[in-house]
Ligand binder design. Structure first.
Ligand code: B3K
Ligand code: ZN
Length: 881
């Protein structure tokens, strides 16, 4: 908890560390109530710093002893601040011995050293190491670590840390020890330890070079039947990084540990990745296709960090996207390559675009908007955002779009050649890309420095006599907090031209033959015209293919043109996009009609287009599913100046009902055509079929008759996997049919599986039939607790973020509930509380009646003190003008 007012930290104020650390020897006497940490560091004055003061960070730890170069320091020789320990005017070469105490079992923040289900785990990124010992806890201080763990052998039989196990043995009093040594220099945020009662699946794996490595996946007893997929994903990740980027695993041993209490997805600690159980545990009975895909992506992500993040790390936390954007891009490419087919890749790309629009565009347009490389923050944990991660990945993707895969690889190779073992900046990555390819990427820097989503407007002109087609692009970027008058971005705009027969036309741009049916235009000015020559007919432009840049594209498409693209575009992402545009235009009209009390209607053309895609067996099931998913209520809201959530909900439900009514026979036919009999497999083909089948079921259950209800019940009861079982249950809950018996039997079957109980809470929280009273009742369920982040997220976050028609109840009760729980969570876990606090980001855009109630709820949180820095920053920015 903060005691003074929150301090803003600025990127421009960076100064190099005063001392560099060479070695760190840590000794832990692990006791849940009172852990003793002995820390011996060798350090020397940094020639790049003017200061001779040693500055160590420390929080929530008690200093027991402090020695410098063998001599105990008296209180006058050092300064103990609220979160720092300073030794002024220290000698050039120093050995410090620091002994501290901490209390892992009362650490509910899940940052630093904490206890989960009776065992010890750590989380040090971003600034958790300072909750373990006094240290210059900043990523540009890299050192070699040796770690000695001592603990009761019966309660904590497994003792793990980074690197290699060099020694283990017995101590008196039933205790034992293990000594670990990490051969690589690392920043403190990558430190980890685990002392726990766990079991593991392990395997020796042979790298391409022939070297053998030991791979382990550690879980609590009873979960060994759920580790296969994580292990397979780890092996696939290792192979993929060797093949795609020539990067080899540098350790002899690589461990993944699953823990049930965890603030985010997983953490890339060197050699000892610690994971939220959600991204490790899977078998067909408990995990859905989406869970399987999540495991593959997160296992890949953390493994890929070993090079992009660990070997080359960040100079300071403003550079976070240097490792996160790049590593998300790498995990996205990995997942796409694992599917292998072009259409499979496109489906993963569509998912990425949806995430951007659902979460990143709103962030970029709201009070927390920040550049991919932020200029300031109060609490760094608030900046692990969709902007830093997903927009950051888009920025990395644009290099590849501009340079090609080979050029991108050259840039990566140069980046490692230059910076292996260093803590660097986003600019260093950009320079490596530019230098390796001999091109100027200075304008590209604006993607790192300017916040906000650029809007690209296109105007076209066809000259039949000349056979030329001109496209004029202009760009603008809205003001964001602290930033106005943005300069033009360097935007790769991938474009193709469709003829009347639906085929791509050959392309020549500004006199140059392209040689492919997609051209990447280098759009760098505020306004720029590109001329296509030898265009024999008036084309339909397919602009921003594969979503070649994270921008909003404005173009005055006619319905006919969109229908043409929706039928024929060879670029599956833009084919999907055409369908989304058709749907969005109608959803906005319907929403306006609801607000005006006008009659609602949906045109046959739209239905016919949807029908055509639904029954087109030449398309992958996964693509058809994507094409039939309507824009979410959140995405619709982002297209409106004043948001009326009830009108949006009514409009979207009307569209779903109409589609269900009009497409009934086809939906049933596709339901049956996409069954996946036989043993469950999470592969993309099968998952795609299940996805389409379950979407059909969802539509059939919008206004179900007895036959549809029977179908859903039957699927629920007979399902051989969680994907089908959960989908049937969700369909039953959403249909308004009595689902209480099914909910109860689902709970009874899975009450011992925490991750499935999370699903049980989540699906109820997000159902439009669940009002606040029902959510409050669920909070009284014996399985509910605010202390476990997964559980808190499953109920509270789903209600506040995924159930807009109930959350935005006219009386403001949803907002009061939100305020109450932001405050309650803040006392337990500020990081989780601050995430929940973000639900109100866009409050100023709502209709006046709601806006005033949202403002009041925000004020209520602001007035509740003391708040953590995490929550104070989010609420403060939301309320600021
Ligand atoms: N690097 C961690 C995130 C740490 C979040 C700290 N609040 C996970 C990841 O991105 O791989
Ligand atoms: Zn990451």
């Amino acid at each position: 908890m903060r005691t003074d007012s929150p301090q803003t930290i600025f990127r421009k104020d960076y100064t190099p560390p005063s001392y560099l650390v060479h070695t760190v020897e840590l000794g832990f006497d692990l006791d849940p109530a009172r852990t003793i940490v002995a820390n011996r560091v060798t350090m020397s004055r940094n020639p790049d710093s003017a200061s001779a003061d040693i500055v160590l960070h420390g929080e929530e730890i008690e200093l027991v002893a402090l020695r410098m170069n063998g001599k105990a320091l008296r209180p006058g020789q050092y300064l103990l601040g609220a979160s720092t320990l300073t030794i002024p005017k220290a000698p050039a070469e120093v050995t410090l011995e620091i002994e501290t105490l901490c209390s892992p079992e009362t650490n509910t923040t899940l940052s630093g050293l904490y206890v989960s289900n009776g065992s010890f785990y750590t989380q040090c990124e971003a600034e958790g190491f300072r909750r373990i010992t006094y240290f210059p806890d900043r990523p540009d201080v890299m050192a070699k670590y040796t770690v000695m763990l001592r603990a009761d052998k019966r309660r904590f039989p497994v003792l793990l840390s980074n690197g290699n196990l060099v020694e283990r043995g017995e101590l008196d009093d039933g205790r034992h020890y293990a000594k670990w040594e990490d051969p690589f220099k690392k920043p403190s945020y990558l430190f980890a330890l685990v002392a726990a009662r766990l079991v593991c699946q392990e395997e020796t794996y042979t790298l391409k070079s022939g070297r053998e490595v030991l791979l382990q996946v550690w879980v609590e007893e009873g979960n060994l039947d759920k580790t296969d997929y994580a292990m397979q994903s780890l092996k696939n990740s290792i192979r993929w990084d060797e093949e795609r980027f020539g990067l080899e695993l540098d350790l002899d041993r690589f461990m993944i540990v699953a823990v049930g209490d965890f603030n985010m997805g997983a953490m890339e600690n060197k050699g000892l990745n610690i994971f939220n159980t959600k991204f490790v545990l899977a078998n067909p009975r408990v995990a859905t296709d989406i869970d399987y895909a999540g495991i593959e992506a997160v296992v890949g992500h953390e493994y890929f960090h070993n090079w992009t993040g660990n070997r080359v790390t960040c100079r300071d936390w403003f550079q976070l996207s240097l490792k996160e954007g790049l590593t998300v891009f790498r995990d996205q490419e990995f997942s796409a390559d694992m599917i292998g087919t072009a259409s499979g890749r496109a489906v993963t790309r569509i998912d990425q675009v949806r995430t951007l629009r659902q979460a990143q565009f709103p962030e970029d347009a709201g009070p927390m908007a920040h550049p991919v490389r932020p200029d300031s923050f109060v609490e760094i944990n608030n900046f692990y955002t969709v902007t830093v991660y997903e927009k950051g990945a888009e920025v990395v993707r644009m290099y590849q779009t501009l340079l090609g895969r080979e050029g991108f690889r050259k840039g990566m190779d140069l980046y490692f050649a230059r910076h292996d073992g260093q803590a660097v900046q986003c600019d260093d990555f950009r320079n490596a890309m530019a230098d390796a390819n001999g091109i100027d990427l200075s304008q590209f820097e604006r993607w790192y420095s300017q916040a906000g989503t650029p809007v690209v407007s296109a105007v076209t002109r066809y000259d039949a006599a000349d056979e030329t087609y001109e496209i004029t692009l202009s760009q603008r970027c809205p003001d964001t907090p602290g930033q106005s008058d943005k300069l033009p971005f360097h935007i790769p705009v991938a474009i193709g031209l469709l003829g009347a027969d639906g085929n791509d036309l050959p392309l020549a741009v500004n006199g140059k033959v392209v040689g492919a049916t997609t051209a990447v235009l280098d759009f760098t000015e505020a306004e720029q015209t590109f001329r296509f020559t030898n265009v024999h007919e008036k084309p339909v432009p397919s602009i921003l293919r594969d979503f070649s840049a994270p921008v909003v594209l404005e173009y005055g498409y006619t319905d006919e043109e969109l229908l043409h693209l929706f039928r024929h575009d060879s670029d599956p992402v833009n084919r999907w996009e055409a369908g989304q545009r058709l749907a969005m235009a109608r959803l906005l009209k319907l929403t306006a009609a609801v607000a005006d009390g006008a009659t609602l209607a949906l045109d046959d053309t739209f239905i016919a287009a949807q029908r055509a895609v639904l029954v087109d067996a030449s398309l992958d099931a996964a693509f058809r599913e994507q094409a039939l998913i309507l824009p979410s209520e959140t995405i619709i809201a982002e297209h409106m100046d004043v948001v009326d959530p009830q009108a949006i909900h009514t409009a979207r439900q009307f569209m779903r009902r109409t589609m269900a009514a009009e497409l009934g026979p086809e939906l049933l036919e596709q339901y049956e055509a996409n069954l996946t009999p036989g043993p469950y497999s999470p592969d993309a083909q099968s998952a795609g079929k299940r996805g389409l089948k379950n979407l059909c079921l969802a539509y059939l259950m919008v206004a179900p008759g007895p036959a549809e209800i029977k179908l859903a019940r039957n699927q629920f009861e007979k399902a051989g996997n969680m994907t089908d079982r959960a989908a049937a249950l969700v369909a039953l809950i959403h249909s308004g049919a009595d689902a209480s018996g099914h909910l109860q039997s689902f709970y009874d079957d899975f009450s011992g599986e925490a991750l499935v109980v999370d699903k049980w809470f989540a699906m109820q929280a997000a159902a439009p039939g669940t009002d606040l009273a029902a959510v409050r009742a669920l909070m009284l369920h014996p399985a509910f607790t605010l202390k476990n982040p997964n559980r808190a997220r499953s109920l509270l976050f789903n209600f506040c973020n995924a159930n807009p028609s109930r959350f935005h109840a006219a009386d403001g009760s949803g907002y009061a509930f939100w305020a109450e729980h932001v405050i309650a969570l803040d006392a337990i876990n500020p990081q989780v509380a601050a995430r929940l606090a973000r639900s109100m980001d866009r409050w100023r855009r709502y209709v006046p009646e709601l806006r005033s109630r949202m403002g009041a709820a925000l004020e209520r949180v602001a007035a509740a003190g003391p708040l953590s820095n995490d929550v104070a920053e989010v609420i403060g920015k939301a309320l600021a003008n």
